[in-house]
Design a protein around this ligand. Structure first.
Ligand code: SF4
Ligand code: SF4
Length: 301
């Protein structure tokens, strides 16, 4: 903030990029480039990419496990207190994407992060022009980096690209009007409706998530809402009906896309692979619940 209390524009911020998928057909409309940032502010029991949750603490445990020599430890210059520091360095040219490092890491991190600014990410996106319609930034939780998103999306808009944010809704979108101005839509997770259920699933309350859902719906920026269906953690039918009732004052919910995602244990941390994957007939029952609640565009995956 400056002396007048207005938010200062930050540019050229480098953010931790977990990966960039050049072409994706599942991260929004049309062919898109999907950018995944590292770091998350929730601890969902069913997280399929737990290695995106935290930043590397450079413990070095994964370095010796890498079969391709893509990881190494460098000593940093000693700091003013004389303490020695070491850092794990990743060489993407040597990596064979075997994932041994992320299976080794006990900190929900990855050593394969690249710190990139908006221009560097844009340069990767531009390699796909003119074969993409848009860009989706996901995570981890990409709203941990709103200034980066604002800069990247402003540049994407200059190229005529459609822009989507994939978010868990834990950062207040209303604080970032400049970002919303260059964002075409938000794909928002509503992981549970009752507060106690949300705490059980994610470790956090959902007051900000619901506030964001109402705000984005009112601003016509809510592209899609999503709920991962885990019957042992909450009542999915009740969640669908509650979301419909909650959003109805803010938008025509018949225009919203609701994606219902069946829990699958693949990639989930071992202690949370205990939940049942709902079968196709149960997911179809939920589709009917959503239809009766007023949703029309329902996607089951
Ligand atoms: S994924 Fe890449 S960096 Fe990680 S262990 Fe395998 S080769 Fe090494
Ligand atoms: S990725 Fe994990 S195991 Fe590897 S150095 Fe970082 S914190 Fe340690």
């Amino acid at each position: 903030m400056d002396r007048k209390g207005t938010r200062m524009k930050k540019e050229n911020i480098k953010v931790p990029v977990n990966r960039i998928i050049p072409f994706s057909a599942v991260d929004g409309p049309g062919n898109r480039t999907a950018v995944f940032l590292q770091g998350c502010n929730l601890d969902c029991k069913y997280c399929h990419n737990p290695e995106t949750r935290a930043l590397c603490i450079h413990c070095g445990a994964c370095v010796g496990k890498c079969p391709a020599g893509a990881l190494s430890i460098v000593q940093e210059p000693t700091d003013t207190m004389g303490a020695k520091k070491s850092r794990v360095v990743f060489d993407p040219a040597k990596c064979v994407a075997c994932d041994t490092c992320i299976h080794t890491c006990k900190h929900d991190a990855s050593p394969r992060i690249q710190w990139m600014n908006a221009d560097e990410v844009l340069a990767e996106i531009q390699k796909q022009m003119p074969f993409i319609r848009g860009v989706t930034v996901s995570g981890g939780e990409c709203m941990l980096y709103p200034e980066f998103l604002t800069e990247l999306f402003a540049k994407c808009k200059e190229l005529g690209l459609h822009t989507l944010i994939d978010s868990n809704g834990m950062v207040d979108f209303s604080l970032y009007p400049d970002l919303l101005a260059v964002t075409d839509g938000v794909m928002l997770d509503i992981k549970a409706f009752r507060e106690e259920d949300h705490v059980r699933v994610t470790g956090s309350t959902n007051e900000t998530v619901l506030q964001n859902a109402a705000f984005l719906a009112g601003e016509d920026k809510l592209y899609e809402i999503r709920t991962v269906v885990v019957r042992e953690l909450f009542d999915p039918a009740e969640v669908i009906v509650s979301i419909a009732e909650f959003l109805r004052p803010f938008t025509d919910i018949g225009r919203l896309r609701y994606k219902l995602i069946a829990f699958r244990p693949f990639g989930v941390r071992e202690q949370y692979q205990i939940y049942e994957s709902p079968d196709a007939s149960y997911m179809q029952q939920l589709r009917l619940v959503a239809l009766q609640a007023g949703f029309k565009d329902i996607v089951i995956i």
